[in-house]
Write a new protein. Structure first.
Lengths: 557, 156
């Protein structure tokens, strides 16, 4: 038996941590065997990988990979497909087409997409990756971002949201920093007692969705530096509402003051903010206030947003796209990506009547019945540049593109011949925030939170091992507080139905006091569970806001 | 027991329950051979095969598929396995999974095909799993901070 083995190295493209990822490919007879390798010499991760990176080989060899273009769910030849698409696109003017992109593209490919848009005179270019973490694109000019060594040397770490689930690799530097000295502090703020709570010196359990309020409280408690940065008027406004902040987010003023004191007295520190799907009421405010907290914190504090992908914003917001679809202005969508529209069932249903051209790596579910589906290589089979928390990184292909797929530039060149592939302008990376507006929004948010309802709050939780539905046996479980369980007469593993305005689903009960009273929590990695959460258009910024759902729970006998 | 026999140890102070070990095993062998347990929601226990000095799984195997080698490993000759599940019932730690893959029970071989040691240890996202000898493990503080690390653990 002839065995030829080859190891290829790249940077893992699945989150912002930028781990070195190696794949060993060997031939055994006619079979290609791919195994992930762990290089203990690598500088960032020393061979350590999370579940996403570990499953790189199964993503390349996924049985669901699409290998031929589809037209209305029927296989069609590439040559015919491209000529027909090119012909069909001529029926629409530039204004009637919208181009969307998501996380399956390198920065170079985004440039190509932009020049494609220019060639077709398309004005609507929208990011279709709608996860709440994209709100970290909103930023203040003087935010200082953390490097890996800042986290390792931190004396105080404030984690808001489940950072371990977003990027498990961050656990090592965080825990190393915490264990190095007895006086080092790890604070954790979340509405659900998740895994980070088990390690934290102090865990503040806020009422579901009210994390931004706690951040506002911390800014108000910090004192001198906060006053000079946010201005006397804003500072006084925040100080005035401090008591109602404490009531609304369910944390006492003393506890907020304690954390603020540690942030002021301890020198080196990091503020980590992670947003899960359907966990925070106002992700924009969450992102803005966590960054503002870094700016107002004295001494050497840094900010880090553990998120899965960093993408440019696009020329327009997704809310604007939906509005123009409703007004009949946009009639066709060309989507370059992977997870849209499959991962957003509610959005997909709104775009059902449009002509759809989409690229994908795996077969899509029949949620929108897209008219044209074109197979493209996944990020693991591409070369190019991606963004990481520590700067830009180059990725190399780990394997040949899957049979029958064509790269985005190949597709674009066939549809629009003689296209210039470098665009004249680039898409914006960041939208700058204004402190006054943020404080005003926060105070309005506080007003809206004062009314309490008796409805059950349904929260979403994400996990690294739930990536693409692999190792995802928990998708059918629901976490419920023992008190609520007793009220409903529920036992462990009973069936429980959740009804929200948008969908309903039956779950298996998991009674735990890790969720507060009148709150249940479900896994947000699963596409089915995602349809429980409302997706609203923000009236000011036109972004899609995904917040915790309100609804009813019913025991099924 | 051999002095230099390396084993997979778990440092509870670092385990965050990300299940990276399980994914690494699954990615190499199609089915995970390391089990994952959870005590409430804040403490996690990946359970790997201990390669016992007197392996009960090997004793229970009717076809001598499982054998203890002279280097202290319990290895499986999968070709001869008939999937009778005796080893699964015999394992006192519940490490062997109930489900069979291709009618064969799934037994950890400490990644004998990889020179640098087990994949679960190499890939452990937080560095909680360690592949060391008993002597070395005594030098590392393992699990000392676990009980005291969080007041929420005690309040359960």
């Amino acid at each position: 038996m002839n065995e030829i083995s080859k190891t290829t190295n790249t940077v893992c493209p699945f989150c912002l941590y930028g781990c070195d990822l190696s794949l060993n490919t060997s031939n055994r007879g006619d079979f290609l065997i791919r195994k992930v390798e762990y290089d203990s010499q690598s500088s960032i991760n020393q061979g350590r990988l999370c579940a996403r990176g570990n499953l790189a080989n199964s993503i390349i060899d996924d049985k669901k990979r699409l290998t031929s273009p589809l037209f209305n769910n029927k296989k069609i030849d590439w040559v015919i497909a491209l000529s027909q698409i090119s012909h069909q696109l001529k029926e629409y003017s530039g204004k009637e087409i919208a181009i969307t992109f998501d996380s399956n593209n390198t920065l170079e490919e985004l440039d190509t997409i932009l020049s494609f848009a220019n060639a077709l005179k398309v004005e609507t270019i929208v990011r279709s990756y709608l996860e709440p973490e994209t709100f970290f694109s909103y930023s203040f000019p003087d935010v200082k971002y953390a490097e890996l060594k800042d986290i390792e040397q931190a004396k105080v770490i404030l984690a808001i949201g489940d950072v371990f689930s977003k990027i498990p690799l961050l656990a090592k530097p965080i825990l190393d920093a915490k264990y190095r000295d007895r006086n080092n502090r790890l604070f954790y703020v979340d509405s659900v007692k998740s895994r980070v709570a088990g390690f934290a010196n102090r865990f503040l359990s806020v009422r579901p969705g009210t994390e931004p309020l706690l951040l506002l409280g911390l800014i108000g408690m910090i004192g001198k530096t906060a006053k000079s940065i946010i201005g006397d008027k804003n500072y006084n406004t925040v100080r005035k509402v401090l008591p109602s902040i404490a009531v609304c987010c369910g944390v006492s003023e003393n506890e907020i003051a304690d954390i603020a004191k540690s942030l002021t007295t301890l020198t080196n520190g990091v503020i980590l903010a992670a947003i899960d799907f359907g966990k925070t009421d106002d992700p924009l405010l969450f992102s803005a206030l966590s960054q503002l907290l870094q700016i107002v914190s004295p001494d050497n504090k840094r900010f880090c947003a553990p998120a899965l992908v960093s993408l440019p914003i696009g020329k327009n917001k997704f809310g604007e796209l939906i509005n123009s679809v409703n007004q009949g202005k946009v009639k066709a969508i060309i989507n370059f990506g992977d997870i849209f529209p499959d991962y957003y069932p509610i959005i997909s249903s709104k775009l059902q009547d449009l002509k759809f051209f989409t690229s994908t790596t795996t077969r899509l579910h029949n949620l929108t019945r897209p008219n044209w589906v074109l197979p493209v290589p996944s990020l693991l089979e591409k070369a190019g540049t991606i963004k990481t928390l520590w700067g830009k990184a180059n990725i190399k292909p780990l394997a040949k593109p899957v049979d029958g797929s064509k790269s985005i530039s190949e597709i674009i060149e066939k549809i629009v011949p003689d296209i210039e592939l470098t665009p004249k302008s680039r898409i914006n990376d960041k939208i700058m925030l204004n402190i006054d507006e943020v404080i005003e929004r926060a105070v309005n948010f506080l007003e809206s939170k004062k009314e309490s309802t008796n409805e059950i709050t349904i929260l979403g939780e994400e996990s690294a091992f739930g990536y693409r539905g692999m190792l995802l046996e928990q998708a059918n479980h629901i976490k419920i507080n023992p008190i609520n369980a007793e009220q409903l007469g529920l036992n462990q593993t009973d069936s429980l139905k959740v009804i929200t305005n948008t969908a309903e689903k039956v779950f298996i009960t998991n009674i735990t006091n890790f969720v507060p009273i009148n709150t249940v929590s479900v896994n947000a990695d699963s596409k089915e569970n995602r349809s429980l959460f409302p997706m609203l258009i923000d009236s000011i910024t036109n972004d899609i806001i995904i917040s915790p759902a309100k609804g009813k729970i019913v025991k099924i006998i | 027991m051999e002095e230099n026999k390396k084993r997979i140890y778990l440092d509870l102070d670092y385990c965050i329950g990300c299940r990276s070990c399980e994914a690494a095993c699954k990615s190499a062998f199609s089915e995970s051979r390391i089990r994952y347990g959870e005590i409430s929601n804040t403490a996690y226990f990946p359970i790997a095969c201990r390669h016992c000095d007197e392996p009960l799984c090997a004793a229970a195997c009717p076809f001598e598929v499982l054998r203890a080698t002279e280097h202290g490993f319990v290895l499986q000759a999968s070709f001869h396995c008939v999937g009778c599940k005796s080893c699964i019932l015999a394992c006192p730690f519940g490490v062997l999974d109930k489900s069979l893959l291709h009618h064969v029970s799934q037994k950890c071989s400490e990644c004998k095909d990889r020179e640098a040691g087990p994949r679960c240890v190499a890939s452990c996202a937080s560095g909680a799993l360690k592949y060391v000898t008993e002597k070395e493990v005594k030098k590392i503080i393992i699990g000392k901070r676990f009980i005291s690390r969080s007041p929420f653990w005690r309040r359960q």
